[in-house]
Design a protein around this ligand. Sequence first.
Ligand SMILES: [Zn+2]
Length: 302
Amino acid sequence: MISKSSKVFLSIAAGVLMAIGGVLTCTPSKEASSLPPPAQETAEEPAAEPQEPVRVFAADDLSNLAPDAPDVPVYDKHTLAERRAAGLPTALPDIAPYRTGKTVYLTFDDGPDDKNTPAVLDILREAGVKATFYVTGRQAEAHPDVLRRIYDEGHAIGNHSYDHRYEKLYPDVNGFLAEMERTDEIIYGILGVRPLILRAPGGKIGHFTAAYAPAIRANGYVEHDWNVSSADAAPGHPVAQDFIDNISSETDQEVAARTAIILMHSSEGHEETVKALPKIIELLKAKGYTFGVITPMTPQPW
Ligand SMILES: [Zn+2]
């Protein structure tokens, strides 16, 4: 659920965006209109009217990517193939990153699955915070209903390749882009939008050559690694308390104390991440962070 104050903020943000964006398409949040259902209502009645989350859709000419609402996801309504066919730009313009206060970005990679990702979504909903899910095309194909739920609940979705295979991604940038475009098509087939954000499997350091950054930008993507790792994919079967400790200490470091992009996983086998998440959110709230979602305007994590 979006808190009332966030909703007011989002409504204001949406208004500002529409004013400055011109061709911006945006779905403003609804006013709080529904009270909890009376006790005598039957169990089949929905508990509350679902609220359409606020999102920004890139303009055809990509000119509206300068809003200042770090918890509003951004998507493109066109695939790259559509943009090419229509002669629309595919390359992002120069984008100034948000200047925000102390912000944390929870990111969950390698999903969606049908167990841990829904559990993560339940926890996020309970805590009233938004996050970013870097999904693979293969997992999205397998669990389109979970991908839809991520989208419907106002989180951001990023591209994390089709099946995470380094041998297809890192010999050369054309292989990398082909895997990303394939995944975009799958996401678009389910949601009718494509992400403008991506995360290189394994991170870009040690994987990208000089050819990658310009080619990624020419195709309208912004890549974000992370500066805080839960280390929930480390060898040796780490447990929930390890992730909490890692995040607690790493968010004290200079850059992360201001802008923390936290790496976690919500795929199969990551039950300990689910277990740790309520305490992680609690500790980040106690440190004074607000929660954002990754967009093309999110500052780089270093
Ligand atoms: Zn990954």
